[in-house]
Design a binder for this molecule. Structure first.
Ligand SMILES: NC(=O)c1ccc[n+]([C@@H]2O[C@H](COP(=O)([O-])OP(=O)(O)OC[C@H]3O[C@@H](n4cnc5c(N)ncnc54)[C@H](O)[C@@H]3O)[C@@H](O)[C@H]2O)c1
Length: 238
């Protein structure tokens, strides 16, 4: 799908990866709607990249439904997420706390995807990009089991949806980054002792290049691109 002239909605886009993705899509010629719960940073980001800002808590089903109904994006980037660094985690966190991570990192992108399907089909097609994480890959331990489990499920959710290309003309794809060089990521890595920093962070350009590729390439549906800090971007086999 050509990005220029399309309406793109990016969730959690006031800062970090969402802001970088929103800026890139605007630079590619999309009409960008940037949503977040942080109105100050969101409005500042929208001004900087000539996008529209809307307040949206993606955990608010009614507000999410109303906004998607009103904006009818051709491209949806389910970026709002995170919380891997919050403590306590499962099993020390109470159920309400760990459920909130599942809601943010899995349920909200699932609901948003469901809500855009019919409008995208009516508009002739669309693309959904989900933000996974390497925390959702592999079989090792993770400090935040709820974050890791939600991201693993989001990857699998994406890959099950390949048939939507035929039924709805909607392609759902997922980018799975390792630690990214956002302002916060850079500061957090530099706060570590050098021996614990590991390889260089994923450049924002690599992340946004991948998002653009997953939107533009009409052959990619239900596909997952892994951004590992030690390897080139890898389109995983289905
Ligand atoms: N930064 C990384 O290294 C990294 C690595 C792997 C995956 N990811 C994923 O990328 C996405 C963004 O990560 P980030 O590091 O830029 O996050 P961040 O915490 O820096 O920014 C997240 C943004 O989402 C907004 N947000 C939080 N809850 C929201 C809600 N309920 N509704 C609307 N907006 C909400 C926040 O206000 C903030 O602006 C997440 O899904 C995260 O899991 C990030």
């Amino acid at each position: 799908m050509e990005i220029s002239g399309k309406r793109a909605l990016v969730t959690g886009a006031a800062v970090g990866t969402g802001r970088a993705i929103a800026a890139r899509l605007a630079a590619e010629g999309a009409e960008v709607v940037l949503v977040d719960v942080d109105d100050t940073a969101g409005q500042e980001a929208a001004r900087t990249i000539s996008a529209q800002y809307e307040h949206l808590d993606v955990l608010d089903d009614q507000a999410l439904t109303a906004l998607l109904d009103r904006t009818r994006p051709n491209i949806l980037v389910n970026n709002a997420g995170g919380g891997a660094v919050l403590r306590p985690c499962f099993p020390d966190a109470d159920p309400a706390r760990w459920s909130a991570s599942l809601d943010l990192n899995l349920r909200a992108p699932m609901l948003a995807t469901q809500l855009v399907l019919d409008p995208m089909r009516e508009a002739g097609g669309g693309v959904v990009i989900n933000l996974g994480s390497t925390a959702g890959r592999g079989l090792g331990p993770h400090v935040s089991p709820e974050y890791s489990a939600a991201k693993a499920a989001l990857i699998r959710f994406t890959s099950t949806l390949a048939p939507l290309r035929e039924t709805h003309r909607v392609r759902v794809n997922c980018v799975v980054p390792d630690w990214v060089a956002t302002d916060r990521g850079i500061a957090e890595r530099e706060a570590l002792p050098p021996a614990e920093r590991g390889p260089a962070l994923i450049p924002l350009q690599t992340l946004t290049d991948t998002v653009v590729r997953l939107i533009e390439d009409d052959a990619l549906a239900g596909r997952v691109v892994l951004l590992d800090r030690e390897r080139s971007p890898e389109l995983l086999e289905p």
